[in-house]
Design a binder for this molecule. Structure first.
Ligand code: HEM
Length: 312
């Protein structure tokens, strides 16, 4: 058994203040909740069936009945009183399977709301007025939160879920890679700032060419517009890099915007010289190709945002 995984799951329990008393209380609740398990299962499927796309995952009777069996086992295991490494590995595997199936994490979170409401409701119902239910309720809340944490950790790819599934060498490598990538990202951000400074220099130079009369007014204005376009694209890239450093995704479309800006600048300059008509045409075709790629990429991300908002 990997000792660091052992530490990770102990730390997880400690973070939720989950103690041996909680384990004992949950075990004591088992017979009572075992008696309600059929009601639990019926309500569970009624609840998750309202999610809309549930049938895309629980495709047929066979899968539903297999899942029902697994949910029963998982639910009763909540009250087993033993929560060791094997228990957490099992949870992590369930999370991984859900991720592989492409199940939205929102579905798991919402399903947990049912589990919580049902279980706490049943415990309240059993209240005889003799004892205090507070500790029992706290223990249930803790084990459910721990479960949700591990089940969704495969989605987050961080914290305990990842640690339970990785060896210590993999963990070290992953840490080194993450650190290296973050340094390179800062390097890239500094390089982009330099590009923006050069773009300002280019703008200044174009203004100089215009004011000193080295460029005609028409050529001078078009060149200045071109350099401003590049400066604007460089600023966009810096913004993009900032949001990437804050954990956002990589936006290829911003790089395409920069390439389009650079080509448009060339077209603006070449368009003044009749001898460069062929070059203008070539650059025009390139701009068209890049614009189509830009349109395709933005359409795809718009579609994804739409799908995500439907899920939520
Ligand atoms: C409280 C939330 C949930 C828990 C605890 C849970 C638990 C499980 C477990 C234990 C398995 C079997 C894992 C294995 O074979 O290793 C499983 C598989 C699966 N789960 Fe869930 N699940 C939950 C929510 C959902 C929801 C909301 C859906 C769909 C809308 C879903 C769809 C599936 C599917 C399609 C499988 C694979 C079934 C198969 O082909 O055997 N689960 N889940």
């Amino acid at each position: 058994m990997d000792s660091s995984s052992e530490n990770d799951y102990s730390a997880l329990k400690a973070h939720y203040h989950f103690t041996e008393e909680d384990e004992e209380r949950l075990l004591a609740l088992k017979p009572f909740l075992e008696a309600s398990v059929e009601d639990f299962l019926t309500g569970f499927y009624e609840f998750i069936w309202g999610f809309g796309k549930t049938a895309e995952f629980l495709k047929d009777e066979e899968v539903v009945s297999r899942h029902r069996g697994k949910i029963r086992e998982w639910y009763l295991d909540l009250f087993n009183g033993t929560y060791k490494l094997t228990y957490f590995r099992k949870l992590y595997k369930i999370g991984e399977l859900h991720v592989r199936l492409g199940l939205p994490t929102h579905y798991v979170n919402a399903a947990f709301n049912y589990v919580r409401v049902f279980t706490l409701g049943r415990i309240h119902r059993s209240y005889t007025g003799k004892g205090d239910l507070t500790d029992d309720l706290k223990s249930v809340e803790r084990i459910l939160d721990i479960n949700l944490d591990v089940l969704t950790s495969s989605y987050r790819q961080e914290e305990v879920g990842r640690f339970l599934s990785l060896s210590s060498i993999e963990k070290t490598l992953l840490g080194l890679l993450k650190r290296a990538s973050s340094y390179f990202n800062y390097l890239l951000a500094s390089a982009l700032v330099m590009v923006a400074v050069f773009a300002v220099g280019l703008f200044g130079y174009d203004v100089y060419l215009l004011t000193s009369g080295k460029n005609s007014v028409e050529e001078g204005i078009l060149t200045i517009l071109g350099s401003l376009l590049i400066l604007w694209a460089a600023i966009e890239l810096i913004h993009q890099e900032i949001s990437h450093l804050r954990g956002g995704g990589f936006a290829l479309e911003v790089f395409i915007t920069l390439a389009i800006a650079a080509l448009i600048r060339k077209i603006l300059i070449f368009s003044l010289s009749p001898a460069k008509s062929v070059d203008v045409l070539m650059y025009g075709v390139l701009v068209l190709c890049l614009s189509v790629s830009y349109w395709l990429i933005t359409q795809k991300s718009k579609k994804k945002i739409k799908e995500d908002s439907i899920i939520l």
